[in-house]
Ligand binder design. Structure first.
Ligand code: FAD
Ligand code: A2P
Length: 271
């Protein structure tokens, strides 16, 4: 809390906290990010998700959200879709600094470093808002202690939808805390699928035809060296999982660490 700034609002409300929104940034008609106050007792592992929401007429409207900020951050960050007519996001999209959101007390999830066996290179494959858990992980010094290299991929329909990730990676590279960890070891690759751009193609195609590895200058996937996390639509998870399993990667979980882990970025078909 910088000198002179008022203490942000934080309260307990049964199974939830109620926390103040500190900042909001809109990227496109369908994407925005926001930051909230963080209760001191709110602990999580990088990559986990938590329920967040707004009070409703009868009961609160809550949805799962990946925590996009790293564990050392005093604030919490979230990256959100705006679903037209969506029960939560048609209202959440209008939040402003000073408003309050509900925050669950029990973060959980499979996209955590503990669910992976040790390895040299960590691939973080994301599409759409699936970049959110990786926004936390690439800002976590511990991830660079576990892996020599971290490769973040982000694929969206349009170039404008890549902006959050581009800004994030630029900020990581100059960050006083993680910048040094990430220097020369965070590899960032993005592509689009529904318009022209510097890099075009679905991540599955780019893995399969080897273009990804040519473009980033790294060897093709190998379970002896590489580990992976995948976050995107159900279709993306299914297809990337098949590619990984074909190459000998074994799926892991919190209870039984493996070579890769997956998590849905949302339920349903997408918008
Ligand atoms: P809903 O009624 O929940 O959704 C309506 C439809 O919109 C869905 O059926 C689906 O087809 C589509 N949709 C929902 N979310 C998305 C999305 N993110 N991208 C594309 N299409 C979508 N959403 C985020 O924006 N950021 C996150 O970090 C995030 N993390 C999640 C983590 C988990 C484990 C899960 C299961 C979901 C996550 N979601 C995330 C989705 C989120 O829970 C809500 O679905 C979303 O906020 C929309 O809520 P809604 O009530 O407006 O619409
Ligand atoms: P595409 O435009 O070819 O469908 P969405 O916004 O629908 O969640 O998609 C996000 C990105 O994920 C888009 O670039 C989309 O490509 C891509 N995508 C969708 N389905 C798959 C899949 N089964 N495998 C790989 N990429 C996919």
């Amino acid at each position: 809390n910088p000198e002179g700034a008022p203490t942000p609002y934080i309260a307990e409300k049964g199974a939830f906290f109620e926390v103040e929104v500190l900042s909001v940034k809109h990227y496109t008609e369908t994407l925005f990010a926001f930051r909230t106050a963080r209760p001191q007792s709110f602990r999580f592992r990088a990559g986990e998700f938590v329920m967040i929401g707004l009070e409703g007429e009868k009961k609160p409207v809550l949805r799962a959200y990946s925590i996009a900020s790293p564990t050392w951050d005093e604030e919490l960050e979230f990256y959100s879709i705006k679903v037209p007519g969506g029960q939560l996001t048609s209202r959440l999209k209008d939040i402003r600094p000073g408003d309050r959101v509900l925050l669950g007390k029990k973060p959980t999830g499979t996209l955590v470093a503990d669910a992976l066996r040790p390895g040299r290179r960590l691939y973080l494959f994301s599409t759409g808002t699936g970049i959110a858990p990786f926004a936390s992980l690439i800002r976590e010094p511990d991830v660079y202690e576990r892996f020599e290299e971290v490769v973040l991929t982000h694929t969206c329909r349009t170039q404008a939808e890549l902006a959050y990730g581009e800004e994030l990676v630029d900020a990581v590279r100059v960050d006083p805390l993680v910048g040094e960890f990430a220097a020369g070891r965070l590899v960032y690759f993005n592509s689009v699928t529904r318009e022209d751009g510097p890099r075009v193609g679905r991540i599955t195609d780019l893995i399969e035809n080897g273009r990804l590895f040519e473009m980033i200058g790294r060897e093709p996937l190998d379970p002896a060296r590489d580990r992976a996390m995948v976050c995107g639509s159900f279709a993306v998870l299914t297809d990337v999982k098949t590619l990984l399993e074909t190459r000998g990667f074994e799926e892991g979980s919190n209870a039984r660490p493996g070579d890769f882990v997956v998590e849905k970025a949302f339920s349903g078909e997408g918008i």
